[in-house]
Write a protein that binds this ligand. Sequence first.
Ligand code: CTP
Ligand code: CA
Length: 235
Amino acid sequence: RVLRGRPRDLAGRKIVVSAGGTREAIDPVRFLGNRSTGLQGYALARTAAARGAEVTLVAANVALPDPAGATVVRVESAAQLREAVLAASAGADVVVMAAAVADFRPASRHDVKIKKTDGAPEPIHLTKNPDILAELGELRRAAREATDGLAPVDPAVIVGFAAETHDVLANGQAKLARKGCDLLVVNQVGEGRAFGTPDNAATVLVAGGEPVEVPLGPKEDVADAVWDLVALRLP
Ligand code: CTP
Ligand code: CA
């Protein structure tokens, strides 16, 4: 697809996009993961760069070529994704959390490969990962109260994604409020929808505004619709 003919309405803006899905190590050879391929996040990075933005793409386990014009930081786990996103978010104008972040990780990682034994397998105990999107919202709130902020995390626009299998809009509205973000891109998933496909349809929930429907089309169209809404909210 040609990326020409887009407005340069994000010129000079510093934008962070996370993409892909995190992997949480069980032992040196195994992990807990998810089905995200990174296609939507990469489309966001590519289109933002085409619209003139300075893009940092934090990619978790994505097997796609680097998008033209973006700086790519590769990570594996939720903890690494958090470090990279928070570092890149200092001084950023926009942060988009398109990555599928594991909610839980194994409470401890085995140093050596778990061996198949005769008895019943040991259960894998899980512990909660930090919520990076919610943390970005909290850091922004704190930055706006502080007076001494050095390289503060204070993006004008924070965008979250939500994949829901049921009660899509009700779950999305609750999530938007809970996470303190400005836009929440809600996808219905399951039954072959969204994961690994070039097309996507979405409802973008807007804090203090009406939802915007993006019809089924290339993931670049969803990306451009997000950037249109972001551009409206930039000072
Ligand atoms: N997210 C995050 N850190 C996490 C989990 C999620 O930053 N530990 C972000 C995702 O990148 C996404 C948004 O939060 O932008 C919503 O993710 P989602 O999994 O839909 O929300 P959860 O709050 O984890 O709720 P649940 O999985 O129970 O639906
Ligand atoms: Ca989750």
